[in-house]
Design a protein. Structure first.
Length: 76
């Protein structure tokens, strides 16, 4: 079993990461709010478009096939 010191060290590092992640979430929220208020960005539309862009990047060469499937589904 790991020593108390090792466990404390691990917990400390993980808490630091958790705190940094929370700070980043707050920063992201503030940036979105700024762009909504100052530039008229539609938050829901932007977030949807961002999700789609990420999915399309993951699909790679299969983007065209996926687009065809979406078109078929839209016609249903």
């Amino acid at each position: 079993m790991a020593s108390k010191h090792v466990i404390r060290e691990l917990v400390g590092k993980l808490w630091t990461i958790e705190n940094e992640m929370e700070t980043l979430r707050e920063d992201r929220k503030a940036i979105m709010k700024e762009y909504e208020e100052s530039h008229g960005v539609d938050k829901k539309a932007f977030q949807g478009a961002l999700r789609i862009a990420k999915i399309r990047m993951k699909l790679g060469d299969a983007v065209d096939e996926a687009d065809q499937m979406v078109n078929f589904i839209d016609d249903v």
